[in-house]
Design a protein around this ligand. Structure first.
Ligand code: HPA
Ligand code: MG
Length: 225
């Protein structure tokens, strides 16, 4: 029984990437030449993200597959994960009787300047979410840090009385003072370092990078605002 519990726990935190994980050398992969010198290493190659996403899609279908869902994609950092996750859910839907009608809605949150979280959180496109009433909602986020952004968003969404809310986060950072609420579906738990790629940005740069990478100090300087 304890073993089953441990496995369930592991599933909820996703693939754990430890603090001492050195990552892969950039020389082992293709990446845009305009970012040479701006990155330290690849911490999650694109293919691994895709494989993990495929499994998350199955977990989501197992849990929510009996009801209509509204996917709430959190822009901009969540767009690639959301697109790929929705694609995998669609594939599962096509290939089985276990199928769910799915709507996708986009909202935008912004709280980061350089690599620092700012106090003022802006939610755009979320003014009227009354269509969420009575629905199963899946919030899809690229990265969850302290969880503060997610808490604010959850409060906002709850006010529109959905039937159920689940959160899928591709990445969850191991931060010291994180709030209790972690996503229901986690791709990877990562060290508390600033990562870019796969739609995650540093001042709008690096969204056009497929792998998830650690930005270098010179990269931070180069694109600082
Ligand atoms: N990278 C990009 N965006 C972010 C991060 C990060 O590490 N943490 C919170 N937003
Ligand atoms: Mg950002």
């Amino acid at each position: 029984m304890a073993e089953v519990d441990a496995r369930a726990d592991r599933r909820s935190e996703g693939i754990v990437i430890n603090d001492d994980w050195p990552g892969y050398s950039l020389d082992l992969f293709n990446y845009p030449a305009h970012y040479s010198g701006d990155l330290d290493c690849v911490i999650i190659p694109h293919g691994v993200i895709m494989d993990r996403t495929e499994r998350l899609a199955r977990n989501i279908m197992d849990d929510l597959g009996d009801h209509d869902i509204v996917v709430l994609c959190v822009l901009k950092g969540g767009y690639q994960f959301c697109a790929d996750l929705v694609e995998r859910i669609k594939a599962l839907s096509r290939n089985s009787n276990h199928t769910i009608p799915m709507r996708v809605h986009f909202i935008r949150l912004r709280s980061y300047l350089n690599d620092q979280s700012t106090e003022d959180l802006h939610i755009l496109g979320a003014e009227d979410l009354s269509f969420l009433a009575g629905k199963n909602v899946l919030i899809v986020e690229g990265i969850v840090g302290t969880g503060k952004t997610m808490e604010t968003l959850l409060e906002h969404v709850k006010a529109f009385k959905p039937k159920m809310i689940k959160v899928a986060g591709l990445l969850v950072k191991r931060v010291q003072h994180s709030l209790a609420s972690v996503p229901d579906y986690v791709g990877f738990e990562i060290p508390n370092r600033f990562v870019v790629g796969y739609a995650l940005d540093y001042n709008e740069y690096f969204r056009d990078l497929n792998h998830i990478c650690i930005i270098s100090e010179s990269g931070k300087k180069k694109y600082k605002v």
